[in-house]
Write a protein that binds this ligand. Structure first.
Ligand code: FPP
Length: 235
């Protein structure tokens, strides 16, 4: 198989990485944020067109206030830098998730980053912030119901493709490969609809140490898979 067009990543293990080094958890997130830039550039170099990163889930609000604040600050700081990277690398930035719960200033920053980078297509970087797949599907269903109620959509017209168009990921193809770092093997409410036919790759490497070489390993493993969509397996 060829290089996956779309890779989705659950960037796990920042906290454990920091603890092992005797550092506070937030130092792990800082190292993790730094790594995002490296992986974007590596992905582009390796021929990946779409990279979708799970940065903050709908469940992450339950972390201590200081950690939530530190993560939001990191994300906002990263976004500033990211716009520069977008210009240099022709990268289209998108954010998925319910951004209405974020600080108004941060929301504006997101809208602006998406706007200025929308002319680029070499790499599509999507960052999931206050994202949860169940929340995304519920928001989509509410909009479907409203459109059916107002007559904009006929119930008979509701196909998988139409439902897709109500999701935050409507502009993205489904991921070919999901990577989760740091040993856990679960989806944690990430892209449940979109990952229906994706290949999964789990590694024990914590996110701050997941470098270009590790990304290449994941892509190599993907290339050796025999991907199927419910048909008969070739002998
Ligand atoms: C999981 O590590 C990671 C997160 C909850 C947040 C991911 C955020 C970053 C990588 C930094 C900012 C992101 C961007 C896009 C700049 P964890 O804290 O759950 O680690 P643990 O499981 O070892 O405790």
């Amino acid at each position: 198989m060829s290089v996956p067009q779309h890779i989705a990543i659950i960037m796990d293990g920042n906290g454990r990485w920091a603890k092992k080094k005797g550092l506070p958890r937030n130092a792990g997130h800082t190292a993790g944020a730094k790594n995002v830039e490296n992986i974007c550039l590596a992905a582009k170099k390796l021929g990946v067109k779409y990279l979708t990163l799970y940065a903050f889930s709908t469940e992450n609000w339950s972390r201590p206030d200081s950690e939530v604040k530190a993560l939001m600050k990191l994300l906002s700081g990263y976004l500033d830098k990211c716009v520069q990277t977008a210009h240099e690398n022709k990268m289209h930035i998108r954010v998925i998730g319910d951004i209405s719960r974020l600080e108004p200033k941060f929301q504006q920053q997101i809208i602006e980053a998406e706007r200025v980078s929308s002319v680029y297509e070499d790499l599509n970087l999507t960052i999931a912030i206050n994202y949860g797949s169940r929340d995304e599907m519920l928001r989509a269903m509410r909009n479907v119901c409203t459109d059916v109620k107002t007559g904009t959509l006929q119930l008979e017209e509701l196909t998988e493709a139409v439902f897709d168009s109500y999701l935050d990921t409507k502009e993205l193809p489904d991921p070919d490969l999901l990577i989760r770092t740091s040993g856990e093997q679960r989806l944690s409410n990430y892209l449940l609809w979109q990952l229906a036919y994706s290949e999964f790759y789990f590694t024990n490497v914590p996110w701050p140490e997941f470098d270009e070489q590790e990304l290449k390993k994941a892509i190599d493993a993907y290339e050796n898979r025999d991907r199927r969509y419910g048909g008969i397996k070739e002998e």
